[in-house]
Design a protein around this ligand. Structure first.
Ligand SMILES: Cc1ncc(C[n+]2csc(CCOP(=O)(O)OP(=O)(O)O)c2C)c(N)n1
Ligand SMILES: [Mg+2]
Length: 377
């Protein structure tokens, strides 16, 4: 007998004496975590790794390296020696927090502001300069060989990350795919589809939203009416959480939990890291045309490098001499990398065809030939 025919399951009519039927079928909450406030004070007990000076200094070094690379890349572009470059000024804690929690065998699918993560994983600054200089060799990493190259098309690498994670699962490899994209990318169908498939197939993939509050000139408030971007995971049946993305300890801690879960077969995870883009969108942009300088100056008080340095200094773990030594070492590394990049003879126009295809389609073979002839003229 159909349920509706039984007395018990007839639709209820208003009867104040009976317990009302439940009117909500799902509830969710988005956790937010932070360990260090903007002044570097611990707001709750720190995780174990953050009680270890060497590990904290390594995180600090990773962020300073990223910032120095960034500044040099902008300088090279401004002097006509690099292509358009996407600075990650102020966002260094996100990629460094991510990469420091990953294992070498995991796989990074970055967007275009994650050079801090790439450098941490062994991609060399020379390779990164080559990439941004338009040289195909910049995507053929000597280390971290299976990591994906920079992805400039917004969000298109999210479905790829799902494919990578599916391969890991089918091969029974205990590896995790880590896919990073911006707040703007969360409005793309690619990202929604990737989250959905990752959830349905329970895949070992961690998505990280590098939420710098802007997508070129589009502020977050116009990007979405949702209160958080982390909650976009919920509709896909995935756990989503938010972290202070200018607190490298919080990013790393959340990442570690997500990776451990994914590695153990616990499925995907989404982390929204709240940070702020202190610079222009790219070297081809002038953010002064669409955003108030006062907004940017206020955000400088929250930036991640000074925050961790304040913490280290307050704990007596870091001093002037340490800082000078670190800056000298990193400056040398970056300057040498820039020199090596500038000394690299450029590739011919055929490289972009040969790097992409094993067997060139006929029309592209014609274009390849035309490009070679044009370059000879
Ligand atoms: C598919 C696609 N559409 C448009 C663009 C042009 N574009 C480059 S970056 C960007 C905004 C991205 O914003 P967000 O995802 O927040 O990343 P952010 O640049 O802030 O790191 C757009 C629209 C692109 N690169 N790819
Ligand atoms: Mg953005």
């Amino acid at each position: 007998m159909p349920l509706s025919d039984t007395t018990e399951h007839r639709p209820e009519v208003a009867d104040a004496t009976r317990t009302p039927l439940p009117t909500a079928v799902a509830r969710f909450e988005i956790r937010h975590s932070r360990f260090l406030d903007p002044k570097g004070n611990a707001v709750r007990p720190l995780p174990d790794f953050a009680r270890d000076r060497d590990q904290l200094v390594a995180l600090y070094r990773g962020m300073v390296l990223a910032r120095r690379f960034d500044a040099k890349a902008v300088a090279l572009q401004r002097t006509g020696r690099l292509g358009t470059f996407a600075s990650a000024l102020g966002q260094e804690a996100v990629p460094v927090g991510i990469a420091s929690a990953m294992r070498a065998e995991d796989l990074l699918l970055p967007s275009f502001r994650e050079h801090g993560a790439q450098l941490w994983r062994g991609v060399s600054p020379v390779e990164l300069f080559l990439y941004w200089g338009g040289d195909e060799r910049g995507s053929n990493f000597a280390e971290a060989r299976e990591d994906f190259p920079v992805c400039v098309p917004v969000g298109t690498h999210a479905p790829h990350a799902v494919g990578v994670a599916l391969a890991f699962k089918l091969r029974r490899e205990k590896r995790v795919a880590v896919c990073v994209f911006g707040d703007g990318a969360t409005s793309k169908g690619d990202v929604a589809e990737a989250l959905n498939v990752a959830g349905v197939s329970h895949l070992p993939v961690v998505f990280v939203i590098n939420n710098n509050r802007w997508a070129i000139s589009m502020p977050l408030a116009q990007q979405t009416a949702a209160e958080t971007l982390a909650q976009k995971a919920i509709a896909a049946g995935i756990e989503g959480e938010q972290v202070d993305g200018n607190d490298v300890i919080a990013v790393r801690e959340a990442m570690s939990r997500a990776l451990t879960k994914a590695r153990a077969g616990g499925g995907p995870h989404l982390i929204e890291a709240l940070t702020y883009r202190l610079g222009d969108h790219t070297t081809a942009d002038d953010a002064g045309r669409y955003r108030a300088g006062s907004e940017v100056s206020a955000r400088w008080a929250e930036e991640p490098i000074a925050r961790l340095r304040s913490h280290l200094v307050a704990q007596g773990l870091w001093g002037k001499a340490d800082e000078e030594q670190l800056l000298a070492e990193i400056t040398l590394t970056i300057e040498r990398a820039a020199e090596a990049y500038l000394a690299t003879a450029p590739q011919g126009p055929d490289a972009m065809f040969d790097f992409m295809y094993r067997n060139l389609p006929k029309d592209l073979a014609e274009q390849r030939q035309a490009a070679i002839e044009l370059a000879r003229e």
